[in-house]
Design a protein around this ligand. Structure first.
Ligand code: UN1
Length: 520
């Protein structure tokens, strides 16, 4: 995922003076109180579709604020941990109801702060709802297991216990869904939390935390601090009382987070980049494949970890597919996500524009691929005050080009010709990431072959690389993560630790089986 922007900092404010007079302040939430930062400073959250529109002001949190949040979370920990999991879950079911009640408002506010079109921000909130209901159900499961003991009159079982205080650091591209993937399981498992959202999209997390308060999550169980990675984020990651860090964001920041966690032996769950491939075989339904490629590449302006940023197409259909894709890409309407006619919203900030246009140049100059459409920033008319980039297709690319290897995180896709399924699989696997992949074919044998051979965390047949559901594990291999999975029941393995329990009811000393030579 692309680096979070710093454009909201005082040095690079996007907002114009006109809108500033009525801008609302959204404080931190610490120990059940809504409080300003000890710095007294606020940063502006601006609308990437129109930077004159200031969505809100949020605290520039300091190490002291994080200290206060950690202290509140520690105070609340024992009561929350001891509350039976079904009771914790009841509160979360109420949270789900509140998210449904406020879905439309949350979606509109999310489009304003993040840019993606209303349908997609509605989907983002819906994912938080689905995650909440699904994971709250775990309050009545959280299964452990029993198993026969090696010795007579001895009982063996295994239970999950909360890990303790969790630091959650979340990205801007799914500003409510991804925080929910972390927050809800952390809570149902009995942990307390300090959460820091990306500085581009703090409002959606504020809305989620506010709803937690209304649902009845006790004071101190969830604490929100907003601000920058170098200060607030680092203070969470390095705090000795924070037992676990769950991070979704850029590969570069993830590496720093992992290093810091390793230093102090904290648990660390990372979700980072992707360079996801769609493979289109010669027998594919081409209309369907083109639709999938368009949605996968340009939905959310390509700013999904699971975006289809590479399309590997069999030579027999390559020309036709590329023409169709380019035609469709050219027809997409780029604009403000609040406008229902818009297909593709802005990208998140000025840094993103710079990075994406940098890759357009790399693609043309350094790599020598053919720019088949797009490649420009849109600046006229309704685009004048936002971060809009044309849907961009590179064709005739080679698999080892930088545009075929590196995560661009924008509305750019790279089409690569291939002559066989085997080669397509090699190309597909030939990147540092392993999040998602897909194949378009009517041949079930080849679909299963690809399913087996693609070393990714997610795989799709006859659909694009996006569309993960919350009851299945989400995550990737290789550079995408560090082996954990969010969502599904697998997320419980992040937010709990196993405790093996042995009960000896023999009434005598039974040594361990390995030490007991003659037992009956
Ligand atoms: C992401 O790609 O950044 O599969 C998260 C999807 C969503 C989550 C995507 N459920 O598109």
């Amino acid at each position: 995922m692309a680096q979070a922007k710093k454009a909201l900092g005082s040095s690079q404010k996007k907002g114009g003076a006109a809108a500033r007079t009525v801008v609302k302040k959204y404080p931190n939430y610490i120990g059940g109180e809504w409080v300003a930062s000890s710095s007294g400073e606020w940063f502006e959250n601006t609308n990437p579709a129109d930077t004159r529109d200031v969505v809100g002001r949020f605290p520039v949190s300091t190490r002291e604020d994080v200290e206060a949040a950690v202290s509140a979370a520690k105070t609340a920990a024992d009561r929350w941990r001891r509350l039976p999991a079904p009771r914790r879950a009841e509160i979360l079911f109420r949270l789900g109801e509140l998210l449904i009640r406020d879905k439309d408002r949350f979606a509109r506010e999310m489009t304003r702060e993040m840019g993606k079109v209303l349908k997609e921000t509605g989907g983002d909130v819906q994912e938080a709802i689905d995650c909440t209901y699904y994971t709250a159900g775990e309050g009545r499961r959280l299964h452990g297991f029993t198993t026969p003991a090696e010795m007579p009159d001895k009982f063996a079982m295994c239970v999950r216990q909360p890990v303790g205080l969790c630091g959650l650091i979340t990205p801007w591209n799914f500003p409510m869904a991804i925080p929910s993937w972390k927050l809800i399981p952390a809570l149902v498992c009995g942990n307390t939390v300090v959460i820091k959202p990306a500085e581009d999209t703090p409002l959606s997390t504020y809305n989620l935390v506010k709803a937690c308060e209304e649902a009845g999550v006790p004071a101190g169980v969830v604490n929100l601090v907003t601000g920058y990675g170098e200060t607030a984020g680092a203070a969470i990651v390095n705090h000795p009382s924070v037992r676990l860090i769950s991070f979704t964001g850029s590969t570069e920041t993830g590496r720093v987070v992992a290093g810091a966690c390793a230093e102090r032996n904290a648990i660390c769950s990372l979700e980072m980049g992707g360079k996801n491939v769609i493979m289109v075989l010669e027998d594919a339904d081409l209309d369907l494949a083109v639709e999938g490629a368009v949605w996968g590449a340009f939905g959310t302006s390509g700013q999904r970890c699971t975006a289809s940023s590479r399309v590997v197409v069999h030579k027999k259909v390559y020309k036709k597919f590329t023409q169709m894709l380019v035609e469709r890409a050219k027809g997409l309407r780029v604009g403000n996500g609040l406008d229902e006619k818009t297909d593709v919203g802005p990208v998140i900030n000025a840094d993103a524009v710079h990075k994406i246009l940098g890759y357009v140049e790399i693609g043309q100059r350094e790599d020598g691929a053919r720019l088949a459409c797009g490649g420009n920033r849109l600046t006229g008319g309704g685009h004048a005050n936002g971060y809009f980039i044309e849907p961009t297709v590179f064709a005739d690319a080679a698999p080892d080009m930088r545009i075929s290897q590196e995560e661009i995180f924008g509305p750019v896709t790279t089409v690569i010709p291939t002559s066989s399924l085997e080669e397509a699989i090699d190309i597909g696997n030939g990147v540092r990431y392993g999040l998602s992949a897909s194949i378009y074919t009517r041949d079930v044998n080849r679909a299963f072959r690809a399913m087996q051979e693609m070393y990714t965390g997610i795989f799709y047949v006859n659909s694009s690389t996006i569309g993960a559901e919350v009851h299945l594990p989400f995550g990737g291999t290789k550079g995408t993560g560090n082996g954990h999975r969010e969502a599904g029941t697998q997320v419980l393995d992040i937010f709990t630790e196993w405790k093996s329990i042995y009960v000896d009811y023999s009434g005598k000393l039974q040594r361990a089986q390995i030490d007991e030579v003659n037992f009956e």
